[in-house]
Design a protein around this ligand. Structure first.
Ligand code: PLP
Length: 383
């Protein structure tokens, strides 16, 4: 069989997040804080718009790029974040996942180098490996901001074609500060490199001001932004996202997208369109709920003696477990078996994630309270 399966596919593994989630099934009383999936229902108006789209037979292929109404909606929404993309610079994809894959496939030749942060969302490395690109990891500071000294020296030494930037961050909850955004801007401007920015959690930034490398008009021809609605409108299973890029990139991305999926599901495009029109209050409600949960979880963990950055976006906390002198796999395995709480080992997010665990707080306050109680007695017994 090994000869039949492509080497690139043999080279990747099923995501560590899913692996751990699947283990939880064997522990019926366990609380799982593993998935990056909001526990809110899809807003009613979005559901209604989707049903209406079916009844109106809006069920045919759309244009490859997606319906104009949604692309205009995205363009207007991005303007509120000081990001300028015209409707013709936007392609609707099957989740941000398809968007990321399209971008990597459009840019990378086998062996082309790409900078990927560590820790990071595992799909970046796996998608790049599938295409045969070469991953150069860049490390992050202890607060999960970019280590610019290292980044600069990696760029001059390795001459990578692209860099993935991922804020607000899964798994760390870190966001991009104004200063770091400016520093990154200088680097992108001064070097021959493309920035691929993953904006999946941009609606879940807990600061008033949002910063992104996609905000600088003078480097538009060096930036590609990937976004989506899974987290924003709590519609993970409906599979819709988007890519934004200038024409030169977009023409290439569109080729991959066209032969991959033709278009994103038509009825979900109409549903997301309605989301922009009438569900922005729901988005704000969810953001505020996540802030409450973040506050609760963070305070509990600090009281228990954990060290952690304060998550400023997304819905993850990434505390250190280094003081327990266990690998993250072992720690999480024991936490599941002995305390009945499932969280994801930091190692699932790359070498830089070792020594941490990722806790998703996209779960109810009751679950977070019960899980925190269980973790508290587990770590007391470890001492
Ligand atoms: N990017 C990040 C950082 C994510 O955490 C996720 C999903 O968890 C995605 C992209 C992909 O999201 P989707 O394909 O559901 O739009």
């Amino acid at each position: 069989m090994d000869n039949t399966i492509s080497r690139n596919v043999q080279n990747i593994e099923i995501s560590g997040i899913r692996k751990f989630f699947n283990k939880v099934i064997n522990y019926p009383n366990a609380i799982s804080l593993t998935l990056g999936q909001p526990d809110f229902n899809v807003p009613d108006k979005i559901k209604k718009a989707m049903i209406e789209a079916i009844n109106e037979n809006k069920t045919t292929y759309t244009s490859n790029a997606g319906i104009v109404e949604l692309r205009e909606g995205i363009s207007n929404y991005l303007k509120t974040q000081n990001i300028n993309y015209d409707k013709d610079e936007i392609c609707i994809t099957v989740g941000g996942s398809e968007g990321l894959m399209d971008v990597f496939a459009a840019l990378l030749n086998p062996s082309d180098k790409i900078l990927i942060p560590t820790p990071a969302y595992p799909a970046y490395e796996s998608c790049v490996k599938l295409i045969g690109g070469e991953i150069i990891n860049y490390s992050l500071n202890s607060d999960f901001s970019i280590n610019f000294e290292e980044l600069k020296s990696l760029i001059s030494k390795e001459k990578p074609k692209a860099i993935v930037v991922s804020y607000p961050c899964n798994p760390t909850g870190a966001i991009l500060s104004r200063e770091d955004n400016n520093k990154l801007h200088e680097i992108i401007k001064d070097n021959e490199i493309v920035a691929i920015t993953d904006e999946m959690y941009s609606s879940l930034c807990f600061e008033d001001q949002y910063y992104s490398i996609a905000q600088f008009d003078d480097i538009r021809d060096k930036v590609i932004a990937v976004g989506g609605f899974s987290k924003m409108f709590s519609m993970t299973g409906l599979r819709i996202g988007y890519v934004c890029a200038v024409e030169g990139f977009m023409n290439a991305i569109m080729k991959v997208h066209q032969y991959n999926v033709s278009c994103a599901p038509s009825i979900v495009q109409w549903a997301a369109c309605e989301g922009f029109k009438s569900c922005m209050e729901d988005v704000e409600y969810m953001r505020k709920e996540f802030i409450k949960r973040r506050d609760y979880l963070y305070n509990r963990f600090i009281k228990m003696g954990f060290e952690s950055n304060v998550p400023m976006g997304a819905f993850y906390m990434f505390p250190s477990i280094k003081k327990f002198n266990m690998k993250s796999d072992e720690f999480c395995e024991r936490l599941l078996k002995e305390a009945g709480v499932a969280v994801v080992p930091g190692s699932a997010f790359g070498v830089g994630g070792e020594g941490h665990m990722r806790i998703s707080y996209a779960y109810s306050m009751e679950q977070l309270k019960e899980a925190s109680d269980r973790i508290e007695s587990f770590v007391k017994n470890l001492k």
